[in-house]
Design a protein around this ligand. Structure first.
Ligand code: NAD
Length: 263
């Protein structure tokens, strides 16, 4: 059953594309006012903002906060609190990937992946928690990955960041256990989004494979169902985590990976 989020405010990082955009639409569809966020073309992002507001009849704001900068993350959370009355739901979703062998992995890519995929959720959580405590209710949902529990070669920074994100989420769950707020990870396997599409050329190079071989033998090879997860399925899981039925789910890692991590 879809939760009623009419009096809630949600901040979804990295929500101008892929999974985050789908989660923003799902939460707005349940009545939440939302703050969307992402990089890229300002006019495009503003049209996404207007589309969400119009389609769902909610207030939708756009934050250009770069997840590499703590002060911009703080400003994004403060904007939600000031203009929308609180921060009830925080979805840590922004993420990037880079595929290369360890000895060739560019240190600046390591720093960016750890910064966006792990350190940004820390800054967003620490800024959002006081608002959740004040409201006596909250939901922290982090888009982790099958790589939060399992490794793959050539993804050192991403695997380290996602393992860290799950650890951070468990700590948040324990610290918030008596506050009415929960913290959980949703861990998808491969979801067909720009993030996956863009790593195909590097994977082709790192493994010496064709595009078709990467899709069949690397991506879908990991998933026993041999199907991509959809962004909508991830968004439905996020909606469920916002429901009353999920109030005792905290500190959990919800695998959504076609059986990948069951192996
Ligand atoms: P995507 O590339 O479609 O979207 C990424 C979003 O993050 C965009 O809105 C982009 O603007 C934003 N972003 C990137 N860098 C940013 C920065 N510095 N500051 C602010 N925003 C920034 O990616 P996606 O596939 O939808 O991935 C979303 C999340 O899901 C990521 O955390 C990713 O690791 C995770 N994930 C994806 C898959 C998959 O197969 N696609 C699988 C498991 C987990």
């Amino acid at each position: 059953m879809t939760p009623d989020l009419q009096d809630k405010t949600a901040v979804i990082t990295g929500s101008t594309s892929g999974i985050g955009l789908e989660i923003a639409n799902a939460l707005a569809g349940a009545g939440a006012n939302v703050v969307i966020n992402g990089l890229g073309d300002a006019a495009h992002n503003d049209s996404l903002r207007a589309e969400i507001a119009e389609r769902h009849g909610v207030t939708c704001l756009f934050s250009p906060a770069n997840m590499l900068h703590a002060d911009e993350i703080e400003t994004m959370i403060a904007m939600a609190a000031e203009q929308l009355g609180g921060v009830d739901i925080l979805v840590n979703n922004a993420g990037i990937q880079h595929v290369a062998p360890l000895e060739e992995f560019p240190p600046q890519k390591w720093d960016a992946i750890i910064g966006i995929n792990l350190t940004a959720p820390f800054h967003a959580i620490r800024a959002a928690v006081p608002h959740m405590k004040r409201a006596g209710w909250g939901r922290i949902i982090s888009t982790a990955s099958a790589h939060a529990s399992d490794a793959s070669p050539f993804k050192s920074a991403y695997v380290a960041a996602k393992h860290g994100l799950l650890g951070l989420t468990k700590v948040a769950a324990l610290e918030l256990a008596r506050s009415g707020a929960t913290a959980n990870c949703i861990s998808p396997g491969y979801v067909w989004t720009p993030l996956v599409e863009e790593q195909i050329p590097d994977t082709m190079e790192a493994r010496g494979l064709t595009r078709e071989q990467v899709i069949e033998d690397v991506l879908l090879d990991a998933q026993p169902t041999k199907q991509f997860v959809t962004s909508r399925q991830v968004a439905e899981a996020a909606l469920f985590l916002c429901s009353e039925a999920a109030s005792q789910i905290t500190g959990a890692n919800i695998a959504m990976d076609g059986g990948w991590t069951a192996q």
